[in-house]
Design a protein around this ligand. Structure first.
Ligand code: GAF
Length: 390
């Protein structure tokens, strides 16, 4: 059954009626530019061909009810109560429901919730959860698009992405940046989104993987991660400290030439966090230029260098991700790196179409030899962002 069929089926079970419409938004893979978004820097993700689907119908009583394939129990609150729930009492809401309800809260904040019509929302997804492919941004994007339409808010994609980030930061409690929501909202087929996270200027860059006979292989290590806990927030705090020591608003304002002074001024750990971000910003710029001038085969070394920087300087990799990356490269990948926030989740490998099976087999064998859980290895294709489907 497709996610669309599942969402519609759930909606019918919940309400006994047909939904008014169906919206969807994709997960994402970040090609390069990790932990740069909340430092006002550059990222280069693409939306993938795995989507979250929202089936929505209108109610007449000013309440919002959400149900999903993540949990059979629906959650229902009055729209007028959302402002009291988020962020202060978010713990009263089961975690998955904080995403769609958090979006409704973020969109209604500053408006008179009493004047909006209630909604029933059924959510189904084929984006793997906990795999670092931004299943959360996919829920946010699909829900935000649906509510934007039925509540006639007239918000553009940047505003909807910002509502998604706010929901994630305040309603869910994960101190993330804007990359995932922007990728999910603005993705395009066969293209990456080169985004300046300070100005929100986004350029759609043709990737040309298919034309070059290349595939992007995702290696989901099945080591589950959550950005609302621990390491992600610590890394973010180190970056803010590094920027403060250097007297700049954000690490985006430093260049590779500033690193010698940074090393003199800060402790070793903070310096290495800073060095990752500053060099990663430069790698994003280099990747975009290299792709434009030389094509996708030429970006492999930048992907590899990005992984080394995350492993050694930012220290957000885990043994499973390192093994996935090293094995994929040894088996012929053009380049490979972990993708997303780290501490688990997925690696990506850029692979010749004819070598997909060999790389997959090598990674599976290496995981088995190491005694790791069998990884989930599959290809993804750059795809369209949030949209109304029906
Ligand atoms: C997660 C976050 F949600 C993003 O905002 C980004 O910081 C990423 O980790 C790391 O690049 O996906």
């Amino acid at each position: 059954m497709t996610a669309a069929e599942q969402a519609e089926g759930l909606f019918q079970e919940l309400t006994g009626t047909e939904p008014a419409g169906r919206w969807s938004s994709p997960g994402r893979v970040n090609l390069i530019g990790e932990h740069t978004d909340y430092n006002d820097g550059f990222v280069f993700p693409f939306a993938i061909d795995f989507r979250t689907v929202v089936a929505l119908g209108l109610r007449t009583d000013g309440r919002i009810r959400v149900v999903s394939t993540f949990d059979p129990v629906p959650v229902e609150v009055a729209l007028a109560d959302l402002g009291a729930l988020f962020p202060a009492r978010r713990d009263e809401i089961v975690e998955w429901a904080r995403y769609p309800l958090g979006i409704a809260w973020a969109l209604l904040d500053g408006r008179d919730a009493e004047t909006f019509t209630g909604v029933d929302i059924a959510i189904a997804s084929d984006v793997p959860v906990g795999a670092g492919l931004s299943s959360s941004a996919a829920i946010e994007g699909a829900t935000a698009s649906a509510l934007n339409d039925v509540w006639d808010l007239g918000l553009d994609r940047i505003a909807l992405a910002q509502a998604g980030r706010r929901a994630e930061n305040e309603a869910v409690g994960a101190p993330t940046g804007i990359m995932d929501q922007m990728a999910s909202m603005r993705g395009q087929a066969d293209a990456g989104i080169f985004l300046d996270c300070r100005s929100f200027d986004a350029q759609v860059i043709e990737l040309g993987f298919a034309a070059a006979g290349l595939e992007v292989l995702v290696i989901d290590t099945r080591v589950s991660h959550a950005h609302s806990t621990g390491g992600y927030g610590e890394r973010r705090a180190s970056c803010e400290q590094g920027a403060a020591i250097m007297g700049v608003p954000a690490l985006r304002d430093l260049s590779v030439g500033d690193l010698a002074r940074a090393e003199e001024l800060m402790d070793d750990v903070t310096f290495r966090r800073v060095r990752h971000v500053v060099t990663e910003d430069q790698r994003v710029l280099d990747a975009v230029q290299t792709l434009r001038e030389q094509g996708p085969r030429a970006i492999g070394a930048l992907l590899d260098a990005s992984h080394v920087s995350m492993r050694d300087d930012f220290e957000i990799s885990v043994p499973e991700l390192d093994l996935a990356v090293d094995t994929a490269r040894a088996a012929g990948a053009i380049g490979a790196r972990m993708t997303g926030g780290g501490f688990g989740g997925s690696a990506i490998a850029l692979v010749e179409h004819a070598q997909v099976d060999a790389v997959r087999a090598a990674v599976e064998a290496a995981f088995s030899d190491a005694g790791f859980t069998e990884p989930n290895v599959f290809t993804v294709h750059p795809s369209e962002g949030a949209r109304r489907d029906a």
